[in-house]
Structures are given as structure tokens and as C-alpha cells.
Design a protein around this ligand. Structure first.
Ligand SMILES: *[C@@H]1O[C@H](CO)[C@@H](O)[C@H](O)[C@H]1NC(C)=O
Ligand SMILES: *[C@@H]1O[C@H](CO)[C@@H](O)[C@H](O)[C@H]1NC(C)=O
Ligand SMILES: *[C@@H]1O[C@H](CO)[C@@H](O)[C@H](O)[C@H]1NC(C)=O
Length: 427
């Protein structure tokens, strides 16, 4: 950043989207409101490494050093290899697939995306393969709850389909707006599985276009009561959110004190970036569990940020790839890299806190960022709707390049979750 004068001139000329991709990464820190439209452009721009970006640790390098201090198998880094093994379920054998993720039934013509297996780089790790009865056996008499946004829900639905191959669940509760709170029981195993909607994890209200409010309001130090009040009853908590943080928001901190906004250019408000906001959210959520349950046999899992793959505009951009990316086909975008990294850091911090309190609450990361990064072919794309091209028109069809087809790569998140659970049993 040697020439601030020039840079200012350049910055004024550019649209905000382009700006983020050209200025050094350190500056990005201060310009973090990203509209979905821009988000997508940023996500797909290869960010050049500058001297200022040296502090940003690539997510999956320095493996050798890491392995030395970490006796446990690491599933975060790897690549996809072809397999002939069929998915455990299909679009009709599982009744709980949300129509928007039922790519098969919606007419997606290619099936190649179903035949890939995650191969961890760490050669001590077996390829994660799901086994429904093993999963249910491990969490027998327990309650597992996924808390977060629609990606958490997507993972729950994948898990339901996978587990249904061994035991039929019963939906025992659904409620809330859009039936966003659901609970199933696998009576054979006395396993309860819940899906709790809390897209920010903290207290917050959504923007409301009809009332002219174009930003979300978040209270970064206040856990959302919707899940906090349920914690007593949950044995395994899986937090999974992040995508909503790219929207405009005003942030409040302790004592409802205004911290700032991530679209400060537009209103009279101090800048507060989404990475700091998301970090605070994870810290608040993990603190809520640790302070109440540090001496308990509960488990907390934090799933890391997952990739969207729009090429072009959010929603109307497409993701038409039919094969995984290979290493080197693309670079991990900055936003996703940071969101992942800070989640890993907050998990490590919480683990340390529990240790210092002489507790034994188990806290782990479910690191799925890279495996999703390599799967641009795993989204519904236009097949979020049935037969999208039935009328022959291909232009302007909405695409979902955020959520994941079922079956598809999302099933691997649950296969890795099972691998983590297997070691809980051994510990
Ligand atoms: C889906 O699975 C069910 C049960 O295994 C099977 O009967 C059905 O033929 C499968 N459908 C497709 C389209 O493969
Ligand atoms: C069944 O599971 C619940 C947790 O969901 C647990 O509280 C209860 O003790 C279990 N019942 C038996 C008989 O173990
Ligand atoms: C912005 O807010 C500050 C502090 O609240 C206030 O002093 C200032 O007058 C405001 N500026 C404008 C243009 O509203």
C-alpha cells in the first residue's frame, strides 16, 4: 500500500465490488459490506497475494508441522476421487428431501456428481464412509441438534436420509415460521434429532423491506434464546451458520451498545467488519455453552463455512459444472478462507477455556470448507425447481449455487461427523 494518493483516486473510480478485489487484502478489513451480488464476484476472484496478506494463513498448508502436534486424523484437507459406490439413498427413497434440493427428481440429467469420495490427505485417515447403524449406536439415548441457517438444515436433511437407511424416524414436532423448527425421534435407538433455525446464532432481527429497513440488526453478545433455552435438553450441539453475515447489518455489543455497521459508507455509523462480527457470534455462542456446561458430557461441534459457486450474479448466475474442481483449478477465496479460519480459532479458544476451568465439555470443528470448495458440481443450480427447462427457455432461470443436492457431497459432511463421533467413543 505504498501509494495512498493513487489508491484513493483509483478507489473512487471503481464500483465497490471491483474495489474489493483490487485493493490489498489488509484493506478489505475495512470495507466489508458485501452485497450478495458483490459477494459472488469476490468469491470467484483469485486474490493476489500481497505483502499485507502474509498474515493470512492458508487453510490447509504446513501439514507436516501440524500433524506432529496433532495425533488425531485430520479430514479437513483432501481431494475427491471417483468411486463406483452408490449413494445410500436417492431422490425417491428418502421422504424428507426438501424439493429445492431434490436434484434427481427435479430432472438434473447428469449423475456423475454422485460418484465421488472424499480422500483425506492425511494418510492415517480412512476415507469417511457413512454407516447409519454405527452412527445411531454411538448416539443411542442422546439428543443431537443442528442450530443455524439453511445450510444447517440442509445437513440435517441429509442426515435424516442417511439414517433412514437403518431406522425409520418419526417427525414428532414441527413449528415456527416456515416450519423451521423440527424434531425427529428414532425410537429403535432413542435418538432425537432436532433442527433449530437461528441464522445468526445471536439475538437479531432481519431486514424488512416492506418497512424500509434494508439491514439486519444483531446483538453480538446475546445468544438467541430459541436455542439457548433448549441447551439443557441437547447432548450434541452442531452450530452451522455464516452466509447471512454478508448482508448489511448494524451490530450491538454488551449492554446493547452500538458497535458499528458493515455498510457504514451509507449511513452515519462506525465501520465494523463481518469477520469481527462473526467471530464475536461464535465466541458468544461457545461461551454460552461452556459457561453452563463445561463440566458435562455434552459435545459441541462447529461446522466451518461452506462455499457457494455462482459464476456471475447471485441467484441468476449459474453453477453448471458436472465435476469437482481439482487442486489448482481455483483458489480458495478470501472471504471463505477467513470465515473458516476464525471458526477454527474460536473452537481452539473455547477448548482452552474449558481446560482452564478444569472442565471436560468436548468442543470440535467439523471442517468442511475445503471439501465444499472443490465441489462446484454439487449444487442444485437450476434444478432447485422441477424441470426448469421444460419450456425450452434457458435464460434467466434462478439458480441455487449455495445449498447442496441430496444425495450429493453434503452427505460427506455427515460421514466426517461420524468419524469424529467414533473417536469420542474411544476417548
Ligand atoms: C431409489 O431407491 C429405491 C429404494 O432403494 C428404489 O426402489 C428406486 O428404484 C430408486 N430410484 C431410482 C430412480 O434410482
Ligand atoms: C432417551 O433419550 C433421552 C435424550 O434424548 C434421554 O434423556 C433419556 O434418558 C433416554 N432414555 C433412556 C431410557 O435411556
Ligand atoms: C454522525 O454521528 C455523530 C455522532 O453521533 C454526530 O456527532 C454527527 O453530527 C453525525 N453526522 C451526521 C452527518 O449526521
Amino acid at each position: 500500500m505504498g501509494k495512498p494518493q493513487n489508491q484513493t483516486k483509483i478507489i473512487r473510480k471503481l464500483t465497490p465490488c471491483v474495489l474489493y478485489t483490487l485493493i490489498p487484502l489488509a484493506l478489505l478489513h475495512y470495507y466489508t459490506y458485501i452485497s450478495p451480488h458483490c459477494y459472488n464476484q469476490i468469491a470467484h476472484k483469485r486474490l493476489e497475494k500481497t505483502a499485507d496478506s502474509d498474515s493470512i494463513t492458508p487453510p490447509v498448508q504446513g501439514k507436516a508441522a501440524e500433524l506432529k502436534n496433532q495425533p488425531r486424523c485430520d479430514y479437513s484437507d483432501g481431494h475427491w476421487v471417483q468411486t463406483t459406490a452408490k449413494p445410500l439413498y436417492n431422490g425417491t427413497s428418502c421422504g424428507t428431501i426438501k424439493w429445492a434440493q431434490n436434484c434427481m427428481v427435479n430432472g438434473r440429467p447428469d449423475t456423475g456428481y454422485l460418484y465421488w469420495q472424499w480422500q483425506p490427505e492425511d494418510n492415517r485417515c480412512p476415507a469417511p464412509l457413512f454407516d447409519a447403524s454405527v452412527f445411531l449406536e454411538i448416539i443411542k439415548n442422546k439428543h443431537i441438534a443442528f442450530i443455524g441457517d439453511s445450510l444447517a438444515r440442509n445437513q440435517v436433511e441429509s442426515l435424516i436420509c442417511l439414517l433412514s437407511t437403518a431406522s425409520k424416524p418419526e417427525l414428532v414436532y414441527q413449528g415456527g415460521d416456515d416450519l423451521k423448527f423440527r424434531r425427529w425421534v428414532f425410537y429403535e435407538y432413542n435418538v432425537t434429532l432436532s433442527s433449530l433455525w437461528s441464522q445468526y446464532l445471536v439475538k437479531g432481527t432481519d431486514r424488512n423491506q416492506s418497512e424500509g429497513i434494508d439491514h439486519n440488526t444483531l446483538y453480538l453478545d446475546t445468544p438467541n434464546e430459541k436455542w439457548a433455552s433448549e441447551l439443557d435438553k441437547i447432548d450434541i450441539v452442531v452450530f452451522h451458520n455464516g452466509h447471512w453475515f454478508v448482508q448489511k447489518a448494524i451490530y450491538y455489543g454488551e449492554g446493547n451498545q452500538l458497535l458499528g455497521c458493515n455498510f457504514a459508507q451509507e449511513i452515519n455509523c462506525t465501520d465494523y467488519n463481518i469477520f469481527d462480527a462473526f467471530r464475536k457470534v461464535l465466541r458468544t455462542s461457545l461461551k454460552e455453552v461452556t459457561k453452563r456446561f463445561y463440566k458435562s458430557d455434552k459435545t459441541v461441534v462447529v461446522a466451518t463455512f461452506t462455499l457457494a459457486h455462482f459464476e456471475g450474479e447471485w441467484k441468476f448466475g449459474t453453477c453448471l459444472k458436472t465435476e469437482p474442481n481439482k487442486e489448482g483449478d481455483a483458489e480458495m477465496p478470501h472471504l471463505e478462507n477467513e470465515m473458516r479460519k476464525l471458526a477454527i480459532e474460536e473452537v481452539a479458544r473455547a477448548v482452552k477455556d474449558v481446560k482452564e476451568m478444569n472442565g471436560w465439555l468436548r468442543i470440535e470443528a467439523l471442517d468442511v470448507t475445503k471439501l465444499t470448495f472443490l465441489r462446484p458440481d454439487g449444487h442444485p443450480g437450476p434444478y432447485m425447481f422441477p424441470n426448469p427447462f421444460a419450456n425450452g427457455i434457458k435464460e434467466g432461470v434462478p439458480n441455487d449455487c449455495v445449498h447442496w443436492c441430496m444425495p450429493g457431497p453434503i452427505d460427506t459432511w455427515n460421514a466426517i461427523l461420524l468419524e469424529l463421533m467414533k473417536r469420542w467413543k474411544d476417548e
